[in-house]
Write a protein that binds this ligand. Structure first.
Ligand code: NZQ
Ligand code: ZN
Length: 390
């Protein structure tokens, strides 16, 4: 095992920490662009409290509202223009993963020369990563993506309906203000999709990473077990602040690079799901809930011992035969997802099987290797992806 790990994002965690936004933003200048989504932060009062905190610290604010779930490239370009035109010093993302991802790319768009889509792999010959961005502060209102403390962003080009990702050092937020009180208004379905998303960030590394990472294995199992303990409580009672807080911290550590350090893991389940949420505008976590158990059944055939370890350590399964234990563990995992209200079949997301070839082709366009396969354990061909989706 050999790796380098650095996460420069300052984490400010806890109920009521939104009040510190002004003080933190002031460190980066006196004019902020606040990026928001479709209005949830207006309805729950978070926006007004954020602006009041900025005002108190002497930071003026312009707003870029209307970032849609599965954010579009045109929205990102619009935000970049606002930030540039208004000479903003800092970009504040107040919303879910979609708002945070869009805000990150807006912050980089201010300095990026040429077509923004060139930051994202989509089958083009040359990709150009952003190297500079305005300082970014994330204030997540939904526990799911971990975008608040990582360097990634996922954007959809609405002209081609391709969803792709960028990861760059300059996109690490300077600070993340993670206030679980902001998540109490998240409805049960989005809460559940977030739990599935965070667990999938961990299972990707657990099942696709290199061998010989026992410390990471135990981190991974600990976070999954915690999410499975507190997540359902947050779904059942959105006002349970302890359940909200534990779930949100789990979602942060699930994708701030700590659990994945040294695993060198690709994310095949995510790559397949992104083509579904691009084409059908479904919630990312709902798409993962369909793809992940199906992918696990496919992959377990090649590595039953690894999946048996998951089954035994997460679900206490005692079967001695690895393949039997593995399959029982996957059944239990799928049952957990259903118990919190996640779909596990494409048909439940309103998706038929007419376009399975297209999804597989799009997946390989964005994430395929030189041989045209999807990286992971095992590597997947187009036919394999279609089999999993079917
Ligand atoms: O738009 P608003 O009105 O804010 O409503 C949102 C949206 O409708 C709502 N919501 C958010 N906070 C709320 C709330 N409703 C009530 N109360 C609150 N406090 O929830 C809906 C979904 O929001 P969205 O931001 O789309 O969800 P999520 O956080 O799951 O983000 C999903 C996006 O992140 C990408 C996904 O692909 C998808 O585009 N991902 C980003 C990653 C990253 N940067 O590291 C990794 C992930 O794997 C993922 O791919
Ligand atoms: Zn995800």
């Amino acid at each position: 095992m050999k790796f380098e790990y650095q996460n420069p994002t300052r984490m400010i965690f806890g109920a009521g920490t939104l009040l510190r936004l002004g003080e933190v933003a002031r460190e980066y200048g006196n004019k902020a662009m606040i990026v928001t989504g479709g209005g949830s932060v207006k309805r729950n009062g978070a926006f007004d409290r954020a602006v009041a905190s900025l005002d108190e610290a002497g930071v003026s604010a312009v707003e870029c509202s209307g970032v849609e779930p599965n954010p579009r490239l045109s929205s990102v370009a619009r935000g970049g223009e606002i930030a540039r035109r208004e000479s903003c010093d800092v970009v504040i993302a107040l919303g879910g993963g979609s708002v945070m991802d869009a805000a990150k790319v807006m912050a980089a768009a201010v300095f990026y020369e040429g077509d923004l889509w060139n930051m994202f792999p989509h089958g083009q010959a040359a990709r150009r990563l952003p190297t500079r961005a305005l300082p970014i502060i994330t204030v997540p209102t939904l526990a799911a993506t971990g975008s608040e403390m990582n360097s990634g962003a996922v954007i959809t080009d609405e002209k081609t309906m391709i969803k792709s990702f960028v990861g760059a050092k300059c996109l690490y937020p300077k600070a993340a203000i993670v206030d679980p009180e902001l998540t109490v208004s998240v409805p049960p379905d989005q809460t559940a999709y977030g739990i599935c998303d965070l667990i999938t960030h961990i299972t990707e590394a657990y099942f696709n990473g290199v061998d010989g990472t026992p410390v990471q294995d135990r981190f991974a199992e600990g976070v999954i077990l915690t999410a499975m303990e507190y997540g359902p409580k947050a779904v059942a009672d959105g006002n349970d602040l302890d359940a909200r807080a534990q779930t949100q911290w789990a979602s942060v550590v699930a994708l701030n690079g700590w659990v994945q350090a040294g695993t060198l893991s690709p994310f095949p389940v995510h790559m397949i799901e992104h083509t579904l949420s691009a084409q059908h505008d479904i919630a990312h976590g709902a798409g993962l809930s369909v793809v992940n158990p199906a992918w696990m059944r496919f992959a377990a055939k090649t590595r039953p011992a690894r999946f048996a370890q998951f089954a035994r350590r997460i679900f206490g399964i005692t079967k001695s035969d690895d393949m039997e234990a593995a399959l029982e563990g996957i059944d239990r995992f799928e049952a957990f997802l259903r118990s919190i209200g996640c779909p596990t079949r494409l048909s439940e997301c309103g998706i038929g099987d007419e376009l399975l070839d297209r999804y597989a082709e799009d997946t390989l366009l964005v994430a395929g290797n030189a041989e045209g396969q999807l990286p992971g354990r095992p590597m997947m061909t187009k036919a394999d992806i279609v089999e999993v989706l079917r």
